[in-house]
Design a protein around this ligand. Structure first.
Ligand code: SAM
Length: 244
């Protein structure tokens, strides 16, 4: 349950260095001056975190076994991509998968821009990302929670959409895909009703190369393919905040 989840009190206290070691900026002097030493008693996140040369810009909410991360990574090699997953064993699987891919593609320096984190995205998103940090959020085949009394567990809701809006940069895109028509309509309704988002036209949607990756590379998309199910896609643009 959530009390076992580790999360930073605020984004600037998050230490990303173990996820993206190739992007760590050496700052030994700064740490000495701040008088901080990483004593073992201290939780890693209470010491000054190592800084990266880049920030995470793309998040895959409920990444499952990581197919989307692996599909996206080589197409945007200069962008840090993060999968968020609540299940421990699945998160570990993705960690191992990334490790193996980095080793295999060592020469080409591929997959260094992709990482995975165990997190409950329904609770701690603003702990990890500062306002306006993300340019893309993917929500691929989220759990449908069919029954009405379970709808509050859906990963798209008025409240959660405000959190997505908060962590997203204006102009950023939320990508959604599902094989469940009722959930598709639910996601469209909730994003269209939200003042920070507008739906993206089908033309623009189909021209976006991420859409094809989302349709074919996630584990769930492959399962739906085998069952000849439908894949319902909707994209939403994060709008500028209105002037005060
Ligand atoms: N996106 C993947 C795909 O398309 O293959 C996985 C889809 S799977 C049906 C939904 C995933 O979301 C599961 O791996 C589940 O553990 C994860 N999940 C559900 N609720 C979550 C939450 N609150 N925070 C993070 N992950 C969550």
């Amino acid at each position: 349950s959530d009390h076992q989840l580790v999360y930073p009190p605020s984004p600037d206290q998050m230490d990303w260095s173990s996820l993206y070691p190739d992007y760590v900026v050496e700052e030994a002097k700064d740490n000495e001056m701040a008088g901080l030493d990483a004593t073992p008693e201290r939780a890693p996140m209470t010491t000054k975190p190592k800084r990266l040369s880049k920030e995470v810009e793309v998040a895959d909410i409920g990444c499952g076994f990581g197919g989307l991360l692996v599909g996206l990574a080589p197409t945007m090699p200069d962008t840090l991509i993060l999968g968020l997953e609540i299940r421990v064993s699945v998160t570990e699987f993705v960690e191992d998968r990334i490790k193996a891919l980095r080793a295999k593609h060592h020469e080409a320096k591929l997959y260094r821009n992709v990482g995975v984190l165990r997190a409950n995205t329904m609770k701690f998103l603003p702990n990890f990302f500062r306002k306006g940090q993300l340019t893309k959020i993917f929500i691929c085949f989220p759990d449908p929670h069919f029954k009405a009394r379970k709808h509050k567990q859906r990963i798209v809701s008025t409240t959660l959409n405000s959190e997505y809006a908060y962590v997203m940069r204006p102009g950023g895109i939320v990508y959604t895909i599902t094989d469940v028509p009722d959930l598709h309509e639910w996601m469209v309704q909730h994003f269209e009703a939200h003042p920070s988002f507008e739906r993206i036209s089908e033309g623009e949607q189909e021209a976006d190369p991420c859409v094809e990756i989302m349709r074919t590379e996630t584990e769930e998309s492959k399962k739906v393919e085998r069952h000849k199910g439908q894949k319902l896609v909707a994209l939403f643009r994060r709008l500028e905040d209105p002037a005060w």
